[in-house]
Design a protein around this ligand. Structure first.
Ligand SMILES: C[S@@+](CC[C@H](N)C(=O)[O-])C[C@H]1O[C@@H](n2cnc3c(N)ncnc32)[C@H](O)[C@@H]1O
Length: 240
């Protein structure tokens, strides 16, 4: 796997194209980056773990297992977009089929902390990449699995991100996308109203919108389901 634009920091710097991106779009992304840079030191102790982060990790593991069973097993290369401190990737280290486990995040602080964990573990399958979901710094067709949990609502150009996910996946690969489900009353109050007010500049797409964007990006065999009652999550699984 070749990573483009590796910066002197040792992490990969997202290349900003200010001329083509709207100011609002840039502001939303900078705000997200600042928010997560601030949160990074306490992120692994967050009270949201049991409510949102762990259920999303569990569902990703289940879907990877299901996909592995369908294709008859074998090694896989996985990219986790919006990986924060890399917890999900670390949870996959017990899988002997996991060949490369790459985490990408827009927050330099989150990626730095993930990098520290990698250095401490010394597991050569892990990589921490500082980058933007909208312009993944990887060649086409270099991953078998792309996961993205609780991060998609921060992307101002969600359709472009899905095109990137599709581009970096190999044929036969799978996308597992998990984010807030906002299509019932609980989800709407929680994600559209409460998270929207707290985080600003976020967009929890309706399930039908996510489906349409996946189709437009070229994905097939799209399956969607709602997970949990009190904190509902939308799980979208799609094949390339
Ligand atoms: C709520 S955290 C979720 C982290 C992890 N996936 C989990 O479920 O625990 C959202 C993450 O998305 C990252 N993020 C936000 N915008 C991004 C972008 N444009 N590209 C990549 N990552 C982004 C944030 O920095 C943050 O670490």
């Amino acid at each position: 796997m070749r990573i483009h634009g590796r910066g002197p920091s040792g992490f990969d710097s997202p290349c900003e194209r200010h001329s083509t991106l709207s100011v609002r779009h840039q502001e939303a992304k900078q705000a997200a980056r600042a928010q997560f840079d601030r949160w990074a030191s306490s992120y692994d102790r967050s009270w949201l773990r049991e409510l949102i982060f762990y259920p999303a990790m569990r569902v990703c593991r289940e879907e990877i297992l299901r996909w592995q069973q369908r294709r008859g097993g074998g090694p896989y290369d996985l990219l986790d977009v919006g990986c924060a401190t890399g917890r999900f990737l670390l949870s996959l280290l017990d899988s002997s089929d996991a060949r490369q486990l790459v985490g990408l995040d827009y927050s330099a602080e989150m990626i730095r902390r993930f990098g520290e964990k990698i250095a401490a573990l010394g597991d050569r399958r892990l990589r921490a990449v500082h980058g933007d979901a909208e312009r993944l710094p990887f060649d086409a067709a270099c991953f078998d699995v792309v996961t993205c949990c609780n991060s998609f609502h921060h992307y101002p150009h969600q359709a472009a991100v899905l095109r990137e996910f599709h581009r970096v996946l190999r044929r036969g690969g799978v996308l597992v996308l998990v984010d807030g489900f906002r299509d019932n009353v609980i989800g709407w109050v929680l994600f559209d109203v409460a998270v929207g007010a707290a985080e600003k500049n976020v967009h929890h797409a309706a399930w039908s919108q996510v489906r349409q964007m996946c189709e437009a990006a070229g994905f097939a065999e799209i399956r969607q389901r709602k997970l949990n009652v009190l904190v509902p999550l939308l799980v979208t699984v799609a094949a390339k």
